[in-house]
Design a protein around this ligand. Structure first.
Ligand SMILES: Nc1ncnc2c1ncn2[C@@H]1O[C@H](COP(=O)(O)OP(=O)(O)OP(=O)(O)O)[C@@H](O)[C@H]1O
Ligand SMILES: [Mg+2]
Length: 389
């Protein structure tokens, strides 16, 4: 599970962000400015020299070098004043304008040093400086825009990741709480309520065993026997069944023992089969602890729904449960041989829809499909290792 960032981790992330901002700004600006520089070099050498009268002809390498120096001046200045740390538009614009001025001056200075112009007129100087400044400003602004966009994208990804972590933590906490409450209520029903019912039954039995004067008359005896039978049925069927529904028998021992206990309660007239792959046996070994309680509980719920549907909608003569794994997913399949499931005429999804929602919360899914010729297949895929309880 992803842990919340510590102060040290936050400091490392901030340093990384700073480096990323710097790289995006400088690379973006340099790329655009170089493009401009090459274009300007070709234009000055091969276009203006042909069409502009009195145009100063200089070798292409000289003009290219001047533009490269301009780009270096522009980018170097942005790096020096740490323009990537500017947070307001004014500061960003100011940094770009200063760097563009430096770049333009560096270019004009290089042109003079390399002899492109010997004694340039003021208009030539102004034109060179202005075009260099414009080129630097546009390049710097595009670099800034790229940096700000990437910064915003990074923040969006971070918020999305944080939300996902919160959801994951909340789901895990809910699962733990659900298991705790289920176990507590199941134990309460199975233990406390059942023992109270047993005590009441014992008291009634002692009433029935009275002899002599204290003995009950026939009518009272019949009533007490009826009460005992009803209490016994309530204890055996309602209380114990309810307790198992809340927290399946033998779940602590593993998924396979819990499913065996579940299948063992199906009437003997219905054939049952449990097919478990070797990979699931290894996972289900309580010593390995690979399959968490919540994963086991969810898998048992799928089988319970599959069995209930098989008996209710089938009705089935046999039920087959399959457990295997593939690509980090636990596959739970329930097949039956009842009436062929027809998705078109089937009722509105209820139990299966609830299970599907539950599975999707942990990244799993559920499918209800017709069997081959008869019955239905209920298949669930549950991601493994999403966190131990
Ligand atoms: N094993 C099956 N054989 C035939 N039809 C099935 C089978 N399982 C499900 N169906 C069909 O799919 C429908 C949806 O099943 P689902 O389990 O979602 O709801 P339900 O069983 O009707 O209600 P609930 O699960 O709340 O008791 C059912 O109404 C039924 O028509
Ligand atoms: Mg159902």
């Amino acid at each position: 599970m992803t842990m919340p960032p510590t102060d040290a981790a936050a400091a490392v992330a901030a340093r990384l962000d700073d480096r990323r901002d710097r790289r995006t700004l400088l690379r973006g600006t340099a790329g655009i400015a170089l493009g401009y520089g090459i274009g300007a070099t070709l234009q000055a050498t091969y276009v203006y020299s042909v069409y502009v009268t009195n145009w100063t002809v200089a070798p292409v390498s000289t003009r290219l070098l001047a533009n490269v120096v301009a780009v270096t001046g522009l980018v170097g200045c942005l790096a020096l004043i740490r323009a990537h740390r500017a947070r307001t538009t004014t500061l960003m614009l100011g940094a770009v304008l200063v760097a563009a001025m430096v770049g333009a001056s560096a270019r004009f200075g290089t042109q003079i040093v390399l002899g492109v112009y010997e004694a340039p007129a003021a208009s030539v100087r102004d034109a060179e400086l202005f075009s260099g400044f414009l080129m630097g400003t546009i390049s710097g602004l595009i670099g800034m825009w790229a940096m700000v966009s990437r910064r915003a994208m990074r923040e969006q990804i971070r918020v999305a990741t944080r939300d996902a972590v919160h959801i994951e933590v909340a789901v895990k906490a809910l699962e733990q709480e659900e298991i705790r409450v289920r176990r507590a209520v199941a134990e309460g029903l199975h233990g406390t309520l059942q023992s109270k019912l047993v005590l009441v039954d014992a008291r009634l039995a002692s009433l029935l065993s009275r002899h002599g004067q204290d003995a009950l008359d026939d009518e009272s005896r019949t009533s007490v026997e009826w009460i005992r039978a009803e209490l016994d049925a309530a204890r055996e069927i309602d209380v114990r069944e309810m307790s198992r529904l809340l927290y399946p028998d033998r779940l602590e021992l593993g998924l396979v023992p819990a499913l065996r206990a579940l299948l063992g309660r199906i009437p003997a007239s219905i054939a049952t089969q449990l097919v478990v792959s070797d990979s699931v046996r290894v996972l289900d070994d309580p010593a390995s602890g690979s399959l968490t309680l919540s994963e086991r509980l969810l898998a048992v719920r799928v089988v319970e729904e599959g069995i209930t549907n098989s008996l209710k909608h089938g009705p089935a003569g046999s039920v087959r449960v399959v457990l295997d794994t593939s690509d980090g997913l636990l596959h739970v399949g329930v097949e039956n041989d009842g009436e062929l499931y027809d998705p078109v005429s089937a009722g509105v999804a209820s139990g299966t829809a609830r299970l599907d929602t539950r599975l999707s919360l942990v990244g799993g899914r559920l499918e209800l499909t017709p069997g081959s010729g008869r019955g239905a297949h209920l298949d669930a895929w549950l991601p493994l290792g999403t966190g131990a309880l």
